[in-house]
Design a binder for this molecule. Sequence first.
Ligand code: PMP
Length: 395
Amino acid sequence: MMYNEYINLFWLERDIMNEIYFDNAATTQVCDEAVQAAIQAMTATYGNPSSLHRMGLDAENTVNRARKILAGALGCQPGELTFTSGATESNNLAVFGAVKAYRRSGNKIVTTSVEHPSVAGPVAELEQQGFEVVRISPDATGHFQAQDFEDAVDENTLLVTLMHVNNETGMKLPIEQIAQRVKRKNPGVILHVDAVQSFCKISFKLSKTPVDLMSVSGHKIYAPKGIGALFVRKGVRVLPQVFGGGQERGLRSGTESVPLIAAFGASVDKFSTNISKNRLLYVRLNEHLRELLSEIPDVTVNSPEDGVEYILNFSVAGIRSEIMLHFLESRGIYVSSGSACSKGARSGVLGAMGLPAERIDTAIRVSFGYTNTDRQVRQFVQVLQEGINTLVKQK
Ligand code: PMP
């Protein structure tokens, strides 16, 4: 079978028009603007940005246009952005690269107990190598206190690394307050924020907050998978983890993926200018979903009231997440059990919030995208109720 025939099978097997995709925190459908930008870069400006001829220059201009768009959205200078293969690479580069550059300024890393594995993994690796690691947990109400970060930071702290929005529950961390406080306590500390779940969804400007490093990813905001960026504030040092041709000012060698970068630029252009409009949609969908779920006695919401509107995590008493997930899937509805990245592993985030194992093992995450509708929310809750009736009976 030719590869194209294999790909076409996906379209034939599924009734795509009637599917409900509520897993946008895991990944998103690429928007038309990003598709067009990628096609243009693959078929017209397909030169190597390092080539000295005009084809090279056109490709370089394509990359720089996207860089400028991202810089505008983030409130930074284009030269402060490095394109990577995604946020996993951005997070690794930020944590290992900053620690390597500032090794002499201390031995302590402050982070949280709810980080994505692409931050938690590098930090655990550094702990193995002898760094002291302090992991801050949310309080009993599921919130992080800026004071806890201030207390944990001392003159021996070289790095603070934390996320902006938690991918499993939608919990927001008060990064503005945390940034002010940790910088006041130790101005030399390097502050890294994993902004994957907030970029282009929450208004935030790097010009207003003293964050040194920030990771973002394309595929959470309707660009393809495999493209991300790392913001490195001017004057802050990060040592490269990949050596080669010296692209991206030596910080990330390797021929730039012009099509993916162009697509990322197009999606950021579209979604960074639509934050308030999309937020209104998510507020409505979230309120609607919470209201309908409150009528089902078996359901308990795990997301905090003041979390982001586009992620809602809840537990269905007595039905394991995977069982419900597959029931919903059989009706053409796609959600996550906790975090898609953990593939069935028990959620550390819900555990860190102090939830009992039963609640964790029955957790479902719904995450909205800009094409979701009220009708889909109603249909989802109907099918969920159907699942509760049939699956509980099966026990
Ligand atoms: N951080 C967070 C908070 C995430 O949700 C994800 C994606 N699940 C990542 C980092 C990793 O991003 P990428 O898939 O681009 O490597």
